[in-house]
Write a protein that binds this ligand. Structure first.
Ligand code: AMP
Ligand code: MG
Length: 317
């Protein structure tokens, strides 16, 4: 586990323009000094991430968030009061100190305060905001344990092993408009919870919201993955498949079974989701078959990940 000496070393790596993988409450992040374009470039290179996909910037205080934005919007304080530190990313108009490479040339920047003592200590000791996407190769499964990071990014300069992450899926991302907020990426913080603070108002049809970097295929395991709700190819043989089951219902006949939550808790499903897909990716099976859950509350965020993970193998695109 991590000592404060490890965090001090990691902070020096960040100050020196190098990359540090670190735990947050959502997934592990691949961090660099957000104000140093050369350091941020290394994130894109190591992840093989396209330059059109902007990064989220992590800070330790609301004051530090405000240094990155020109907004005077009091809704930032209202949201921060309720959800920060926590898994909510807010897109705000950027200040000129944020390098263009961080935002992929956009005039807005995504910011959040992570709710994890190691992440917060790292940001504080580094003395700078930290740009950090998930610490995986672009388009692949997100890491919820240090070993997942090491599997995909062995070339990272420094890795802080904080054990298993507590939320398990990436932050909810929202943007603000004149009348309210809209959701660019679903996460554990739901629309209903945010609506208790500010109204929901989307400027375009929900399904058509485009956020740069949000692709239909994402979180892909290195094995074919199918959703049981789809028409499966007739050649599929359960006895050669791994099942990703939510609550452990109908699991007979599969070679391997991963049950996300025996006590039928969607939060637990989110926590275990990526680790289960990592294990299935490594298991001696030919393909992964995944169940679905109703798209309500946290179920929306989970099914978003699963549909993207299975995208290449879905009949309906
Ligand atoms: P992640 O890869 O988990 O760090 O999430 C980054 C995602 O946040 C990107 O793929 C974008 O979709 C979204 N994002 C980050 N910054 C912005 C921005 N300025 N405007 C809109 N979406 C953003
Ligand atoms: Mg990611």
């Amino acid at each position: 586990m991590i000592s404060s000496a490890h965090i001090s070393i990691a902070a020096k790596y960040i100050r020196d323009g190098r990359l540090v993988a670190f735990p947050t409450e959502t997934v592990y992040g691949l961090g660099a000094n957000a104000l140093d374009p050369q350091a941020v470039m290394k994130i894109f290179e190591l992840k093989e991430r396209p330059s059109f996909d902007p990064l989220i910037v992590h800070v330790a205080t609301v004051e530090d968030a405000k240094r990155l934005t020109i907004t005077q919007d009091e809704r930032l304080d209202m949201l921060a009061e309720k959800f920060w530190p926590g898994p909510l990313t807010i897109i705000l108009p950027k200040n000129e100190i944020v390098p263009n490479i961080v935002t992929s040339g956009l005039q807005t920047v995504g910011i959040r305060i992570p709710n994890h003592p190691v992440a917060l200590d790292l940001i504080r000791q580094s003395g700078c905001p930290i740009a950090a996407p998930s610490a995986n190769k672009f388009g692949k499964i997100s890491p919820t344990r240090a070993k997942h990071v090491f599997k995909q990014l062995p070339g990272v300069d420094y890795l802080l092993d904080g054990g298993k992450t507590q939320v398990g899926i990436e932050s909810t991302i929202i943007s603000l408009n004149d009348k309210g907020f809209e959701i660019l990426r679903h996460g554990i913080i739901t629309q209903e919870e945010i609506e208790q603070i500010i109204p929901y108002h989307t400027l375009v049809e929900q399904d058509n919201i485009i956020s740069p970097g949000m692709l239909k295929s994402h979180y892909s395991p290195n094995k074919p993955m199918y959703l049981l709700e789809d028409d499966l190819p007739p050649t599929i043989d359960k006895s050669r498949a791994g099942l990703l089951s939510f609550f452990g219902g109908n699991t007979s006949g599969y070679k391997v079974v991963e049950i996300l939550s025996r006590d039928k808790n969607l939060r637990t499903c989110a926590v275990n989701l990526f680790a289960a897909i990592h294990r299935l990716e490594e298991a001696n099976i030919d393909y992964i078959l995944a169940e679905s859950v109703p798209e309500k509350g946290i179920g929306i965020a989970i099914m978003d990940r699963l549909r993207k993970a299975a995208y290449k193998y879905r009949p309906i695109k």
